[in-house]
Design a protein around this ligand. Structure first.
Ligand code: SF4
Length: 315
């Protein structure tokens, strides 16, 4: 999968002061499964090193201003941001990771100043704003928020689900394959957005006999929207209970107790999500419940990322 990333997060010495902000989770962990497309609109505009810049609001308009001589650098940075956007648009992207707080790359975290020098809030940086407009459904996150294990888990799950849909789409699927795709993703969707999960089921059922192209386009919009939603402990617990319901008649009394206690311990934040998920997968295997074993919810991304092993990866 291809992911566009702020070049400084990849360790490139490209920041205004000639430094970098190497993000090891991105390069060392995610890098095993992704190819990165670097971008840096500021380096392209002003070279490295360069004077730092800031966002300035004047008469309800945002400007980019040099911190060195207060010159207006808005047009130049917009030009190079468009160039970088055009470069990454040539790639079949599955996501973008931005450097936080930057006037170019920050996602809602770039400080905006008033002429009196006061900070009046935070907005998207120039390049991040363009990306949001160009790619409303693409997984995007900034490195600052990826330090939060819950947001990181949600983002990585979204990335891999998005990639799965893109791979599915290029195979020219037919309606029965879409039904299959929806079936194996049911619980991941339910853990994100119960209402959209049900709507997607109706789209796949196609009671209005729409053409497959229309059905697929409607499904894509709903699927990509649903996976962008954040899961929660409550929603995840519902899904776990639902999954456990599939083999309630097969389990012995003691096995039922084990499953239930692991779900309860997860909901009480005593054990991480991997504990009830592994228990459910184990019994699904023991009792040959293939419908459950096929569910992407049990393995939404490579195990080595180990994001479900963190106790605070749920809220
Ligand atoms: S413009 Fe973006 S990629 Fe370039 S140094 Fe700043 S934060 Fe990093």
């Amino acid at each position: 999968m291809k992911i566009a990333v702020s070049a400084c997060l990849l360790g490139e010495k490209i920041r205004f002061d000639g430094g970098h902000k190497h993000e090891h989770f991105v390069t060392d962990e995610l890098g095993k499964f992704a190819e990165f497309i670097p971008f840096c609109p500021e380096h392209l505009a002003f070279g490295t090193p360069r004077p730092s810049i800031r966002l300035l609001r004047h008469d309800d308009t945002l400007f980019v201003q040099s911190n060195k001589d207060q010159s207006d650098l808005t047009l130049r940075l917009m030009e190079t941001s468009k160039e970088e956007l055009s470069k990454i648009s040539k790639e079949p992207l599955c996501g973008i990771i931005f450097k936080s707080k930057s006037p170019s790359c920050g996602m809602g975290s770039a400080k905006v100043y008033l002429e009196n020098g006061f900070c009046e809030g935070k907005e998207d940086g120039v390049f991040a704003a363009m990306c949001r407009e160009r790619y409303p459904l693409l997984p995007m996150e900034e490195e600052g928020r990826l330090q939060d294990t819950w947001l990181r888990e949600n983002f990585i799950m979204q990335l891999f689900a998005y990639d799965a849909f893109e791979q599915f789409k290029v195979c020219n699927p037919a309606i029965n394959e879409l039904v299959r795709f929806h079936t194996v993703n049911k619980f991941i969707l339910q853990s994100k957005d119960e209402k959209l999960y049900r709507e997607l089921g109706n789209i796949v059922a196609n009671r209005d006999n729409l053409t497959f192209d229309i059905v697929l386009a409607m499904y894509e919009l709903g699927f990509k929207t649903a996976i962008s939603r954040k899961s929660s402990i409550k929603k995840t617990r519902n899904v776990l209970e639902h999954l456990a319901g599939f083999f309630k008649n097969e389990l012995t009394k003691d096995e039922k107790k084990i499953v239930q206690s692991h779900i309860n311990d997860f909901a009480d934040k005593i054990v991480p999500l991997i504990v009830p998920v592994s228990t459910i997968a184990l019994y699904a295997q023991k009792y040959h419940i293939t419908y459950l074993l096929d569910q992407t919810f049990l393995n939404p991304y490579p195990k080595t990322l180990a994001l479900r092993s963190h106790i605070d990866a749920g809220k």
